[in-house]
Design a protein around this ligand. Sequence first.
Ligand code: C2E
Ligand code: CA
Ligand code: CA
Length: 726
Amino acid sequence: MMDGLGIRFMADMPATQQVILVCNHETWLVVLSYLIAALGSFIALTIASHCANTLRLGMRLSWQLIGGLCLAGGIWSMHFIGMLAFQTPIAVSYDLSITLFSLLVALLAGLIAVLVMTESEPSLLQQILAAIVVGLGICAMHYSGMAALRADAQIYYDARLFSLSIGIAIGASFAALKLAQYIHSAAQRKKRWLKYAAALVMGAAIAAMHYTGMAALNLVSSAPTHLALRSADNSLHLLIIVAGITLLVLGLSLTAAWAGRKLDEKDRDLQRVNALLVQLDQDKDSLELIAHYDPLTEQLNRRGFNHAFSAALAEHSSNGRGLAVMFLDVDHFKRINDSLGHDAGDELLSIMAKRIRSAMRESDIVARLGGDEFCVIASLENNAVAQTLAQRLLQRMKEPIKIAGRNMLMTTSIGISVFPQDGDTVEELIKHADLALYQAKNAGRNTLHFYSRSLTQKASQELQLEEDLRQAITKGEQLQLYYQPIIDLPSGQMVKLEALLRWQHPQLGLLSPERFIGIAEANGFIDQLDAWVLHQAASDLQRLTEQGYGTLKITVNCSAMNFASNQLPERIEQVLSQAQSNQRLELELTESALLTSLDKAINKLQRIRALGVSIAIDDFGTGYSSLACLRRLPLDTLKIDRSFIQDIASSVQSREIVQAIIVMARALNLRVVAEGVEDLAQLQVLQEQGCDQVQGYLFSKPRPLSHICADYPPHCAVLERVCAQA
Ligand code: C2E
Ligand code: CA
Ligand code: CA
């Protein structure tokens, strides 16, 4: 077979009359051939690393083709420059068709090599196989190129060197593939230097193969006549071809390098644009999030809600299904904020939001509209679903909650409007749900209320009431102070009267403060109202003195909103001086009024007390004031809220709480008043517990001063009388 390829080994050489010609190599051409091989390798490596970054298949294939061409060109021109460097003592020429055939073989080998180089993660076996194929390809190119040699001599190869050349070809190919892979995974900065080094090594390997092959060659002539060393006869011819190919390789390499850089730049630009687009998307998303979401509860905010609600309404208008709009308001949320601080308030809101979300269905919309107000939009199969959903919500919200280390129970009020019967615009449905919520709150909270047409009437009545109240305060004629006695327990005497406001409305009759205090607070005339009360109380004190109640005190309620005003001490002083009262006045303040801003409150209380007015803390136990805070406040009286007294006779827990409050108040040097005492059983427990004073229907409902005075003349033994009557 080897014979067929024109390869004969020395062992086959006939023993007679043979002369082995002495051949040599031109040094500068050898160096040139090596440089050409290294250049081809460098281009192939450059292209291989470009290829690895190219994602488009068509582009990749073109790059592989160019890389293969460059490598093949490099190897092949190296080979022929090497041949040119080869000097023989006889004339040699090269057969053109065989030479072209060897170029074809070189191309094939180069292509395979580049294909494997650009494989992102070839296995070791793949690499070895590829190295063998490429190595053999290079050898085939070399020895077929040698077969193109035409001379008046025979070629015989040294078998050992011949094998060595094949070994070198395969080894060099393997090293080249490994190098390409190593460069691919190296850091960008190192890549270029690695490529230079690898190209030099690869070039050296290719040249080594070639010159080992040449060393294996022996030209054997039978006629030992022409002995001068010379290059191949068609060397000019060859030089033109080789120079052409070298130029081609150089040209290709320049094009490749240029195109590669452009491609890189384009890639980098593309990546930058991509990164910018991603960043832009993220920014847009987060802007959207900020604009439409409440960061505390991670639910929609008012703006997001309006968007979502409009969309839901449009969808339901077209599919004809019902929609429930539920407004939720956490009952007495302000107390938490005022007594435990805003962090606790925030924590509560976030827990409540989670509860609402978990009680609703995935498709329902949940939003926090501000403060402690939430809204839910739920799609309805029928109207009964709204009731069920709202009830489930109420239930969920009522579950015990732990905030700032305390266990507490919070309740919620819900107002509901339903599309389409209660309105068909966002504004209408919201307005009506809000009205229903207001109703739920008025009905004592912890309940749900559906909108009805009568609520709209009520709302307009409310507006009328607001106007009426404004008038009533300016004129003062319809306002009236009722009084409720406070009885001292050891003595059984009436020692104090709590002033409780009433409004005699021309159409609606006698209205309790709960009906209108809220309106006054909401519309900014609570200070006028409280001032009126204070004024009236001061003049009633005067009357009381005149009627023989020289030691009876009057205690007046002060709204938290009014207490917040910095002018309060001055206003009290003014009223007292005008009325020339003898300063038997007490001011009742709730925990939430006192604890909003403790230091300010302390200062204000001190200024008020300096006027001779004493201070009571009202509705004690309903807020969440801590004892530590209480100790710092300059107080005189503590009024235990009615809710604890209500079941004091039947509930051990209530009894224990009241007992604890009494003990604590003692320690703080405060007088204790129990509110809402309605029967003897309650009175008895309070007496046993050592409560100082009591107040409630058992002794008297709030009534006009003249009625109280008629019932209980000065120094009347009220307790004795009441116990005897009961
Ligand atoms: P408050 O200060 O807790 O007043 C006690 C309320 O409990 C009064 O209701 C009184 O009628 C009621 N009450 C007293 N004893 C009993 C009892 O044995 N059983 C029951 N079930 N209730 C009892 P009223 O007069 O309707 O006042 C309600 C609230 O309005 C007051 O609660 C107070 O916070 C506020 N208020 C009353 N007058 C004024 C005022 O002049 N200014 C301000 N800012 N608020 C006032
Ligand atoms: Ca009170
Ligand atoms: Ca009270």
